[in-house]
Ligand binder design. Structure first.
Ligand SMILES: [Zn+2]
Length: 444
């Protein structure tokens, strides 16, 4: 009798354990390899320069050789999984003078690898790194420009995530992409975002990885656990009506990119609790840019994942000694164990979103001058249930939730609408959740 009870408790614990944490995500974390990332960053650095305007005909030097190598790596991964990746170039001609950093006509070429989802083939979550590099003068396309951290680290992490995730099957599609033209004015991201619109891709969001390998900050802090998640507050594409509604119903810090940032924060805290993700409430670093922005400009969710402590003497610099300081973005400064961790952060979030059902399209909220908050939402295909999240208006994270089963409305009795922010997420069969949707409609 006693033994039976113990067995029952053990089984119950096992059930609860698997219901909350998908152990495949731990396998994914453990499979990401620092050695392979080091090998790939080294290969990228050895192309001499990967400047967007650099040579494209040499087999050993310049961005042409670099992108052909990246494509061949994706193809190698694909041939190891029965052709599970669709690999292709997506390119746009950018004309001389279109920007100050386009000093001649150039094809901006991105390398795309799609792991097609079995259930939602047209629904995409994207991980990106950049192919291109630069030195002090942004238009110098001949000098040695290793770009080891900026951004061979993000590129190598993207290739490694493709290797690891190619062994699994997902409901939604995952895109691994190397973007070009970042340093010349974010042209590659602009091109792919336009391509996505033309092809009616349903994009959940993009994780733009730009510099994921430096742990020694110019601020003197050394940390191999801190990293930043940048997200803009609300989309630049919002309508005047949406802007006005926000004044009365809230949402100043609850745009789609911010929800994606919170998603990454939460998954990291759950599966890699040793890491310190920092939610930074801005589009990007102060006055600086990155390749998630063109996606934001097109109305897609997008965040930047990167190191927390940058070193400015080691980015966008001619390789030189000056006043005893060694300038340059060289291989020796990249910490591959750290790049591995941030690659794992990407991989578990890509997997979790690709295994989760889509988020509800509409979420309505009501409960004005009532002792209860009321929520209604549109049901989604494949959801086992829904979670209503809420938090104090000053909290950056969704601190409270109630699981409500497979229904499409719920009243939170005793929770006054004025004092919290609310949202709804769809929950799939292995416990994977969609990003939280902030209410986009009000009812009385
Ligand atoms: Zn850069």
């Amino acid at each position: 009798m006693k033994q039976k009870t113990l067995l029952l408790i053990a089984l119950l614990c096992l059930f609860i354990g698997t219901a909350q944490n998908d152990t495949r995500l731990y396998d994914i974390i453990n499979t990401v390899s620092a050695e392979r990332i080091e090998k790939d960053v080294t290969t990228l650095v050895n192309f001499g320069t990967r400047h967007t305007l650099s040579d494209t005909t040499s087999q050993t030097r310049g961005i042409g050789a670099a992108r052909r190598w990246i494509k061949s790596e994706f193809e190698k991964i694909s041939s190891d999984c029965n052709g599970c990746l669709e690999v292709f170039y997506q390119k746009d001609l950018v004309k001389k003078g279109e920007g100050a950093r386009i000093v001649k006509d150039v094809w901006v070429v991105n390398v795309v690898a799609i792991k097609r989802g079995t259930k939602h083939p047209n629904r995409f979550i994207i991980m990106s790194g950049d192919i291109d590099s630069r030195v002090s003068d942004p238009n110098n396309f001949t000098s040695d420009s290793p770009g080891a951290n900026d951004n061979a680290s993000g590129m190598a992490g993207t290739i490694e995530a493709a290797r690891v995730l190619s062994k699994y099957s997902f409901d939604s599609s995952i895109i691994f992409v190397g973007l070009s033209g970042e340093e010349q004015g974010l042209y590659g991201g602009k091109g792919l975002a336009a391509y996505a619109k033309q092809n009616n891709w349903d994009i959940v969001g993009i994780f733009n990885n730009d510099m994921i390998g430096n742990i020694t900050g110019v601020d003197g802090v050394v940390s191999n656990r801190d990293f930043r998640i940048f997200s803009e507050p609300v989309p630049p594409t919002e309508t005047e009506e949406e802007r006005r509604a926000r004044r009365f119903y809230g949402g100043e810090v609850d745009g789609i990119s911010r929800q994606l940032a919170r998603y990454v924060y939460k998954t990291t805290k759950t599966y890699m609790p040793e890491m310190n993700p920092m939610l930074v409430y801005r589009l990007d670093r102060f006055g600086r840019g990155g390749h998630h922005r063109p996606f934001n400009d097109a109305g897609f969710a997008g965040i930047r994942i990167m190191e927390a402590h940058e070193n400015y003497t080691q980015q966008h610099q001619d390789i030189r000694m000056e006043d005893g300081i060694a300038y340059g973005d060289v291989l020796e400064h990249v910490n591959f164990e750290y790049a591995k961790k941030l690659t794992a952060v990407n991989a578990i979030n890509l997997a979790s979103i690709a295994w989760a059902p889509p988020a509800p399209k509409t979420v309505e909220i009501g409960g004005v001058v009532e002792p209860a908050a009321k929520l209604k939402w549109s049901k989604v295909d494949g959801a086992m249930g829904y979670k209503i999240y809420w938090r104090d208006t000053t909290s950056p994270t969704w601190d409270n939730y109630r699981y409500v089963g497979n229904i499409d409305s719920y009243t939170l009795n005793g929770i006054v609408i004025d004092n919290f922010f609310f949202g709804v997420a769809a929950i799939g069969k292995d416990g994977h959740e969609s990003p939280v949707v902030f209410p986009n409609k009000v009812f009385r």
